[in-house]
Design a protein around this ligand. Structure first.
Ligand code: AMP
Ligand code: ZN
Length: 452
């Protein structure tokens, strides 16, 4: 294997391992109570880049990404389940909420050319797997049933707690907010709930040996990863916020079950900011792929922006950066039409850049230099080869992106305005068309347009 990735646990780049030629990857998936924002998608793209990089060198990959549709508690809704809180807001059943946002998650992935995972297990359909794990943890004294009928993981029973995040038990103070769960009947402040008693809750609850209730968030990833992938799992992926407590707790659960390291390499993507600010609902700063489309941008401009930043650096995305990416993407597509392509071409130099801990910014810089080199006969072949990993649809003809009905309508209205010499109206409509992502050119023979 020649791909090296930065392992959060060892704090250095490590070569990726495989299980008899198969690389197993688990990526923490979305909590489906809302549309994924562009930050979430940056993390999901990370799994796609790893997968494409491995496959281009002939490796087989099995990628599992879970769908969290129960158990993820929310900070802002007074520790209510995120799904139930949203069901309450939308006045629909929580499973309907889950299926609705799960469908938009898949749509967003396809808009960004993120290849589908091999499996998308749902937490709500993996309850018995979780219960089996919890029972095993109780039998082996890693977990206990509290007086409140919650089942807790006994953090002090797991010696190497803190190996990923550096948050060892002796440094975690009581009262520190480790988890969204209540204090309840925990024996130790750092313990966390594996199973929660239903209490007053009437929806999304299941029978269990410990009474009616629902699973904690961390146990779902242990259950789904251990049941669907061979161990050790070669790469476990998530956003940096999941390093602690989610992945620390998951590691404790999974290692306790298999009696060894359940994961070879913990890979974390840094967060995305938008126009310098954290993306959050409360500050009204959440950007969706649909918002880009509404402004007339090809969603792959977003993928382009992500590729220009290393996955483990914090990134500040701006509308200006998206517009610049859109221009370059369009230019590359126009050039690729003219360049000759040898489809069997293999570019070892490009692969070496990407296999070095996914140095996509260097790979993009490399392509910009190739673009300028008029004496290079392989430009088309290199771009086409690079696109197998970059996933930018570089061979898509730039003008094939369909106009929306609204844009078609505005173009027609502008023709009328110009025919009746109503220049003020024609200028007003031009502004609207430009805001929707088009460039408008007027000449003696009439109006023409192209995507910005
Ligand atoms: P969620 O749907 O909230 O469970 O998050 C799905 C994934 O997106 C997780 O791996 C998070 O760590 C990741 N994530 C959340 N916010 C951001 C962000 N601003 N930038 C990048 N990744 C994020
Ligand atoms: Zn997870």
């Amino acid at each position: 294997m020649t791909l090296s990735l930065y392992d959060t646990a060892t704090r250095q780049a490590e070569l990726v391992k495989s299980n008899n030629g198969l690389v197993s990857i688990y990526c923490c998936g979305p909590t489906v109570y809302r549309d994924a924002h562009v930050g979430n998608l940056r993390t999901f793209l990370l799994a796609d880049l790893v997968r494409r990089t491995l496959e281009i060198s002939g490796n087989r990959v099995e990628l599992v990404q879970n769908i969290t549709d129960v158990g993820h508690m929310s900070d802002d809704y007074q520790e209510q389940d995120k799904m139930l809180a949203q069901a309450n807001t939308e006045k629909i059943d929580p499973f309907t909420v889950a299926r609705k946002y799960e469908a938009s998650f898949h749509e967003d992935l396809s808009r960004l050319n993120i290849q589908p995972a091999n499996k998308y297990p749902r937490a709500s359909e993996s309850i018995s797997l979780m219960q089996d794990l919890i029972q095993k943890l109780i039998d082996r004294d890693f977990a206990y049933v509290g007086e409140d009928k919650n089942v807790y993981f006994n953090s002090r029973s797991f010696e190497s707690y803190g190996a990923i995040s550096g948050n060892h038990l002796d440094s975690l103070k009581p009262g520190h907010r480790f988890d969204y769960t209540e204090q309840g009947a925990k024996r130790f402040h750092a313990d966390w709930a594996l199973w929660k008693s239903a209490g007053e809750r009437r929806e999304m609850i299941w029978d269990s040996p410990w009474g009616q209730g629902f699973p904690g968030w961390h146990i779902e990833c242990s259950a789904m990863s251990l049941s669907l992938l061979p161990t050790p799992i070669n790469i476990h992926i998530g956003g940096i916020d999941l390093r602690f407590p989610h992945h620390e707790n998951e590691r404790a659960q999974s290692n306790a079950i298999i009696g060894g390291e359940a994961v070879d390499l913990w890979l974390h993507g840094e967060h995305l900011l938008f126009e310098g600010r954290k993306m959050s609902k409360s500050s009204n700063n959440v950007v969706l792929v649909q918002d880009l489309i509404n402004k007339g941008f090809d969603p792959l401009s977003l993928r382009f922006c992500f590729l220009e930043n290393r996955y483990r650096s914090q990134m500040d995305l701006t509308w200006d950066a998206i517009a610049a990416a859109s221009t370059t993407l369009k230019r590359w597509r126009q050039k690729l039409i003219k360049w000759e392509i040898n489809y069997d071409f293999y570019d070892a130099e490009l692969i070496a850049l990407i296999e070095n801990d996914l140095d996509t910014p260097k790979a993009m810089q490399y392509l910009r230099e190739i673009e300028k080199d008029d004496s290079n006969p392989n430009r088309g072949s290199i771009f086409k080869f690079a696109d197998k990993i970059l996933g930018l649809d570089l061979d898509r003809a730039p003008l094939l992106m369909p106009l929306s009905l609204h844009q078609q309508d505005l173009l027609a209205q502008r023709v009328d305005a110009r025919n009746s010499k109503n220049w003020q109206e024609s200028d007003r409509i031009r502004v609207l068309l430009e805001a929707s992502g088009l460039e408008i050119m007027d000449s003696a023979s009439g109006q023409t347009w192209s995507w910005r």
